[in-house]
Design a protein around this ligand. Structure first.
Ligand SMILES: [Zn+2]
Length: 94
């Protein structure tokens, strides 16, 4: 199975999840471990995950913040683009 992804880290366009992974993403609304990679300027590798936003679709990211959450890059962008939200806490939409 082939899905389009938003990937602002490595520029990947497509991912091929297995049926089991597709079920985790779409039925259980979970995330799937993809690979360990190091980005430029990082001291070490981090695990990257495939997750799905109900608005923007599939995206690739790593766990961020105190709660080690996965945030959709487009939702994060939209959130901070709205001046009224600056300083507010990012609410997860899942
Ligand atoms: Zn989103």
């Amino acid at each position: 199975m082939k899905v389009q992804v938003i990937d602002e880290h490595f520029g990947l366009k497509e991912i091929h999840p297995s049926t089991k992974e597709w079920i985790i993403l779409n039925i259980f609304r979970g995330s799937v471990y993809l690979f360990n990679r190091k980005k430029q300027g990082w001291s070490g590798e981090l695990p990257f995950y495939l997750s799905k936003c109900h608005i923007h679709g599939y995206y690739i990211t790593y766990k961020q913040g105190f709660h080690e959450s996965l945030y959709c890059p487009k939702c994060t962008e939209d959130f901070f683009a709205n001046e009224q939200n600056v300083g507010k806490k990012l609410a997860l939409q899942r």
